[in-house]
Design a protein. Structure first.
Length: 263
């Protein structure tokens, strides 16, 4: 697999992943969207289909990691060369940022309608006035479209939640094909992974919004900070380390568990 294959596959695959995943969050959140208030089921299945589409697109080119936690897990397991890891991670971050920009372009009118709506702005002001300024999350009204955030802000619990959820994801990926004489599942593996992501969202996504992918959170959060969105509020950089560190630790643990228990 060449460097250009890795760059092209991971950039395009991750961009599509974030476009469709962030897109369902925008569809459910924004005013003047036909899917507004469609709920958590729509979000979890939307992200599952996003993973499925991105993985199918990139699978034959780069192996469709689309996630630094997966790349780290595969490197520890031995399926990916450590020398390729920086290229995978950089391509994934670039793709995630491109995908977030595409979400903004797709929902441009809805973003403007939402962020200039007096009801939304009034609700945001009211919420800020009801919480302790020392502990108030510095997040804007559309940050949840771009990145994750906890329902209960407790760094240790939030970190542990992300680690556990990511271990499930990466271990499920690493063990694909063990009952098929080690030959993997081919294109069926993308479907299995997508269903695992749906399951994680339904079962483990409640506390933090299940980033389970560092660039899924970091790339769009950077874009949120840079985009000219009116009244967008803060990007909550105080929390941003959790959905980066947690999945990376989870991916490393999954790689180690695989070598101990399954290799």
């Amino acid at each position: 697999m060449s460097s250009s294959d890795i760059f092209i596959g991971e950039t395009i695959g991750t961009a599509v992943l974030i476009l469709l995943g962030g897109g369902v969050c925008a569809a459910v959140t924004l005013k003047r969207s036909k899917a507004q208030n469609a709920g958590w089921l729509a979000i979890t299945f939307g992200w599952g289909f996003a993973v499925l589409t991105g993985a199918y697109l990139a699978g034959g080119v780069s192996g469709a990691h689309l996630n630094p936690a997966v790349t780290i897990g595969l490197a520890i397991e031995g399926g990916t060369k450590w020398s390729d890891v920086p290229l995978y991670l950089g391509s994934q971050l670039l793709g995630a940022m491109i995908g977030a920009v595409l979400v903004w372009l797709t929902y441009y009118g809805q973003f403007r309608a939402h962020l200039t709506d007096p009801e939304i702005l009034g609700a945001q002001s009211g919420e800020e006035g009801m919480v302790d300024k020392a502990t108030a999350p510095k997040a804007g009204p559309v940050l949840g479209i771009f990145s994750t955030g906890p329902e209960i802000r407790h760094a240790v619990q939030n970190l542990v939640t992300e680690i556990i959820a990511t271990v499930v994801l990466v271990l499920a990926i690493l063990t694909q094909g063990l009952n098929n004489e080690g030959n993997g599942l081919g294109t069926l593996g993308a479907l299995v992974t997508a269903l695992v992501v749906v399951g994680i969202g339904l079962s483990l996504g409640g506390p933090t919004g299940y980033a389970i992918n560092p660039v899924r959170d970091l790339g769009p959060r950077i874009v949120h900070a840079l985009l000219p969105l009116p009244n967008k509020g803060g990007s909550d950089w105080g929390y941003a380390w959790v959905p980066v560190v947690g999945p990376l630790v989870g991916g490393a643990i999954a790689g180690g568990l695989y070598n101990v228990a399954f290799a």
